[in-house]
Design a protein around this ligand. Structure first.
Ligand code: SIN
Length: 479
């Protein structure tokens, strides 16, 4: 079954809609600057319509058996995989993600749909031994209700499916506000959701350039019972405050400042591979990308030399070329921020070992900075770009203290071959996810999420379904 994925309308209440005044906004490729398409610029009023249609659709959707909901999700998964080549090309064009990574993201994003199609059938409750012989105590799980998803541009498909697949599995209709940089992939996904058979109102996609107006409506509207957001900590704080009056359930996947520790007993070649994979995934534009490399003094020079050589080999260029590994930054603003980080680091004594320059358009050379120190902005702020600052440490305790010296707590990584140290360090790191001798750890099977100011709740895995379920206690008397 072939479905047309190029949509120039938003998807609300089972209809492909325009804005009432026909207003649209343009989507450009960050790689080439070309105009790729335009989509409706909906506002708070149309968002309200989408929420109302989701609310109307809720009773019938939650009344379906888990197995029936599972079948629709399974069909959606199959359709995504059948259309992966076309989806990946669209994603690369609108987000600047290199094509091999876009193909990887389609598989990653579809895996959440497949996983939650299965988990839909496992929203188990409990039977509690009663406190009195004439009572029976039971716990049931029920979907929370209309769920809103505000999703980022760096994973135009997977961040949608990671949020809405568990919601739909739990019986919750969804209203999605995709990033204004990448609405076309989101609409392609909506086309596939429609073809999979979600009933009208269960799956809505509101495209907009009015992030604040639409975001405020999703937060303030009492019919929305749950908000899930992936993005910066600053915006997460604002959304949390806006959700306070209606006490919404929240899942927040926010910023990171991931340390990558290389101990003196590490396999250096494996550490270099892990660091390159983690640092330069989507050109450093993921929340779990390495932000700081902390390397033991005794292996500092050897690691730096091998790491810089591996970074020098990374190929930049046409994002649709399967040989290319690193694409552009998402915007001029992002590029300027990366440049400012490098200038600040150099002004504070960092040495540019590799890269350190713009290389045309929105491309910045994959960069390695040696002799980084806590005085540099790069030590504290999320970089979201292709710069790898390398710090030195002398003891395990110092490495742990440096790693934890941040308000963030999303992902951390370390390399060591000492099993005792692996346990000690894994337990001491104040992070929601830890990669041990591994630089890429994201999967639908495991809980993704952070501690401290990196967010609330978990996505993926069985924990991801819990985030869309209420726990209800039933007490049967007079038995
Ligand atoms: C993100 O950067 O927000 C998500 C990264 C991932 O899922 O691996």
């Amino acid at each position: 079954m072939s479905i047309s994925l190029r949509r120039d309308r938003a998807y609300v209440n089972g209809q492909w809609v325009t804005a009432p005044d026909e207003r649209v906004f343009a989507v450009h490729s960050p790689a080439t600057g070309e105009l790729i398409g335009s989509v409706p610029d909906l506002g708070p009023g149309e968002t309200r319509d989408a929420i109302e249609s989701a609310e109307r659709a809720w009773p019938a959707w939650r009344a379906r058996t888990a197995k029936e909901r599972s079948a629709v999700l399974r069909r959606w998964f199959e359709l995504i995989m059948e259309h992966r080549t076309e989806l990946a090309a669209l994603m690369s064009r609108e987000s600047g993600k290199v094509i091999t990574e876009s193909l990887g993201e389609i598989a990653y994003g579809a895996a959440f749909v497949e996983w939650f199609a299965e988990e839909a059938k496992r929203a188990y409750g409990d039977v509690i031994p009663p406190y009195s012989s004439d009572r029976r105590l039971v716990v049931i799980k029920q979907g929370v209700g209309v769920a809103a998803a505000i999703t980022p541009w760096n994973f135009p498909l997977a961040m949608i499916t990671r949020k809405v697949a568990p919601a739909l599995a739990a019986g919750c209709p969804v209203v999605i506000k995709p990033a204004s940089e990448t609405p076309l992939t989101a609409l392609a996904l909506a086309a596939l959701a429609e073809a999979a058979g979600f009933p009208a109102g269960v799956y809505n996609t509101v495209t907009t350039s009015d992030n604040e107006g639409v975001g405020s409506e999703l937060c303030a509207n009492p019919a929305v019972r749950k908000l899930s957001f992936t993005g910066s900590t600053a915006v997460g704080r604002q959304l949390m405050a806006q959700c306070a009056p209606t006490l919404k359930k929240l899942s927040l996947e926010l910023g990171g400042n991931a340390p990558f520790i290389v101990f003196e007993d590490a396999d250096l070649d494996a550490a270099v591979r892990g660091a390159v994979q983690s640092k330069y995934r989507h050109n450093g534009q993921t929340c779990v990308c390495v932000n700081r490399l902390l390397v033991h003094r005794s292996v500092y020079s050897a690691f730096l030399e091998r790491f810089a050589a591996a970074v020098a080999d990374l190929r930049t260029g046409d994002v649709l070329d399967p040989q290319v590994q690193v694409g552009p930054l998402i915007s001029e603003k992002a590029l300027a921020k990366v440049q400012a980080f490098v200038e600040d680091a150099v002004a504070h004594g960092a040495r540019v070992v590799q890269g350190g320059t713009r290389i045309g358009g929105l491309f910045y050379a994959p960069t390695v900075l040696a002799d980084a120190t806590p005085a540099m902005r790069i030590a504290h702020d999320e970089v979201f770009g292709p710069i790898a600052p390398v710090f030195v440490f002398d003891t395990e305790a110092e490495a742990i203290a440096m790693a934890n010296a941040t308000e963030y707590g999303l992902a951390a990584y370390f390399f060591s071959r000492d099993v005792g140290r692996c346990w000690r360090v894994a337990e001491a790191l104040e992070y929601g996810m830890v990669g041990i001798n591994e630089g890429l750890i994201s999967t639908e099977l495991a809980p993704f999420g952070g501690v401290k100011q990196s967010g609330l709740e978990r996505e993926g895995s069985r924990y991801g379904l819990e985030a869309y379920l209420e726990t209800k206690y039933l007490c049967f008397g007079g038995v």
